[in-house]
Design a protein around this ligand. Structure first.
Ligand code: ZN
Ligand code: ZN
Length: 296
């Protein structure tokens, strides 16, 4: 990583529930000044942090968007592995978690589920109990949820479907620059509202070939997400310096192949003609005067 840029967004996992080795579960690393924040911890988040040489215990806070398992199943790994004494762990202070209503329940049950491991490692490896503690903050409406050393994070409600609540996105402000992460949402004006002035706008996306769109289950899934065309509408109004896709849903069946990334770009271009990047795992956006894209 270059040292000149002190505000970076790295896509750790750009996938969905599909256990793909190319696209790990949803997780995004925010590095701003001396702060390192994780947004969601999907499958494999620790592996991606390891690849970046970011000690897992170095994460200052985990921010959750919603409680679909693909966004949360990596939490115990981040929490427990980050506690280990090795160079990739090293957390000595409580694991900080910030999320909408539900975070306390989730984390307290994880503490119960892993009680035996914690007891064993504390006795055997003499790991400090302080480092496996959990500090949870829940919120239930739009507003500032994190503020430290010049980094401000604002949570905003999004629309992931009528029963998938709560669901939030995040706006991260640092040094006069702004990155916005949509979270899982269908087309939603709140993303436009909180996306105002964004340098980088990272939006989720879901697509299927027209033949597959006739299937009821496909309509249900697409109905919880934004199509490339709809995400393009959000980008066209907010006009970020760079728009990027993550959480790339490419629906397929045994007969009908998934839409290609080119298909998805073409559909986005029906509504948006500005700078666009389709995210991939370990793609890093350096947010300076300009936005530089690197792939690790
Ligand atoms: Zn979801
Ligand atoms: Zn999701």
């Amino acid at each position: 990583m270059t040292d000149e840029c002190d505000f970076r967004v790295t896509l750790l996992g750009t996938g969905v529930p599909v256990p793909s080795p190319e696209r790990f579960g949803p997780s995004t690393l925010i590095e701003a000044g001396d702060q390192k924040l994780l947004i969601d911890a999907g499958r494999g988040a620790t592996i991606r942090l390891y690849q970046l040489k970011v000690p897992i215990g170095r994460i200052d806070a985990l921010l959750l968007t919603h409680y679909h398992s693909d966004h949360t199943c990596g939490i115990p790994d981040v929490w427990l592995t980050g506690w280990l004494e090795s160079y990739f762990g090293t957390r000595k202070t409580p694991f900080r978690v910030i999320g909408p209503t539900g975070a306390v329940t989730l984390m307290s049950h994880l503490e119960q589920a892993y009680a035996a491991d914690i007891k064993i490692r504390a006795a055997d490896e003499k790991l400090p109990l302080e480092g496996i503690g959990i500090s949870v903050t829940e919120y239930e409406r739009d507003g500032v949820v994190y503020e430290k050393n010049g980094v401000k994070v604002v949570a905003f409600e999004v629309d992931h479907g009528d029963v998938i609540k709560p669901a939030y996105g995040y706006r991260i402000e640092f040094g006069g620059r702004v990155a916005v992460i949509s979270g899982d949402t269908r087309y939603n004006p709140n993303v436009i509202k909180y996306g105002a002035g964004a340098d980088l706008l990272v939006h989720e996306v879901a697509a299927a070939r027209p033949e597959l769109m006739k299937e009821a289950y496909v309509q249900r899934i697409i109905g919880h997400h934004a199509t490339p065309r709809e995400a393009g509408l959000v980008f066209a109004v907010t006009k970020p310096k760079l728009a990027a896709f993550t959480h790339v849903v490419q629906l397929a069946s045994d007969r009908i192949p998934p839409p290609t990334l080119d298909d998805m770009v073409a559909e986005t271009r029906q509504t948006y003609d500005g700078p666009l990047q389709i995210g991939q795992d370990l793609m890093c956006f350096e947010i300076g005067e300009r936005i530089t894209v690197r792939c690790y």
